[in-house]
Design a protein. Structure first.
Length: 94
């Protein structure tokens, strides 16, 4: 299963954006799967593509995080996480 993430966010030298992805199984149990660094060519538009197996996954939740010189500066709130409900048919999500 492939996911493409992108966000427009202006950064300064030494800063980068990452995405933290958790899978949610059919029972609603959430487990952090991976943290991926997004790429940019202009310091403004950040993107990445993430692939992982779709077995026993009902949804994914994700949040963006900003690092400065590899130290965490902020993450989005956990109050209202981004959630993608998987339909079992689609193989690519953008």
């Amino acid at each position: 299963m492939n996911f493409r993430f992108n966000i427009e966010y202006h950064t300064q030298w030494g800063e980068d954006l990452r995405i933290c992805i958790a899978k949610v199984d059919k029972k609603g149990v959430k487990k952090l799967v991976k943290e991926e660094r997004l790429e940019t060519y202009d310091g403004k538009l950040w993107e990445c593509e993430v692939s992982f197996p779709s077995t026993n996954i009902d949804a994914i939740e994700y949040q963006y995080a900003m690092y400065r010189y590899d130290e965490l500066v902020w993450t989005e709130w956990d109050v209202a996480p981004h959630r993608v409900k998987l339909d079992g048919i689609t193989n690519q999500y953008t």
